[in-house]
Write a protein that binds this ligand. Sequence first.
Ligand code: 13P
Length: 258
Amino acid sequence: MSNPLRRPMIAGNWKMYHDLAASVTLAKALAAGTPENGPEVVIATPATALTVVAAAIKGSKVKLAAQNCHWEKEGAFTGEVSASQIKDAGCSAVVLGHSERRQYFGETDETVKKKLTSALAAGLLPIVCVGETLAEREDNRTFKVLDTQLTGALSGFGPSQLASVVVAYEPVWAIGTGKTATPAQAQEAHLYIRKTCARLHGEAFAAGLRILYGGSVKPDNIDALMSEPDLDGALVGGASLKADSFLRIINFKAPARA
Ligand code: 13P
């Protein structure tokens, strides 16, 4: 964490967890516990909980995200929700290209790009996820995979169009496994992502780009992760489902920004 231009962001991805009552209880606890001058805090709830959580966090520092959206504004797309619909439900952000969507629901770099276009058009802050599988890492293809995913999602836009975009580096082998990337491994990948984005959209864009780390982030490893210069926050799964652990992550301790 080194560039004062990049306000840290801590985002919680609730995935397919919590009923409405538990969602509201958790959202209210986070709204009450999120500090005034801390990182930007975002929670990505299941689609069914968006409106009740929006009401629960109203007037607080916590922002609401969806975990996905469709690229069309409306139409005959059974089971899908559009960027403008999630905005209407109270979202200001959306997670795109999560590895679980790539793995289980046929998400591709091409669909991520289409969704990014619609999210930007709706005025949402997109959190674009990238990351390699264990097989890809062991085969020394991590950088190649990151390059392909970043180029696939982010090329074809001007840097000013992408000003709100946040990238999340989520190595698939670290998600839900309890096997966190070491701070050094995360930093290496984040630096590569930043350099790739500099090549795509220029140094100024890359210097201001927030890059989150995701993959078994917990209260006991967030401080070390946030000490790395190119880590600007975290995208948290399991540890975002309980108020005490997520609030500890929000209140991470890291050296002051240079
Ligand atoms: P875990 O924190 O449970 O590993 O999940 C990470 C993740 O996928 C966040 O999007």
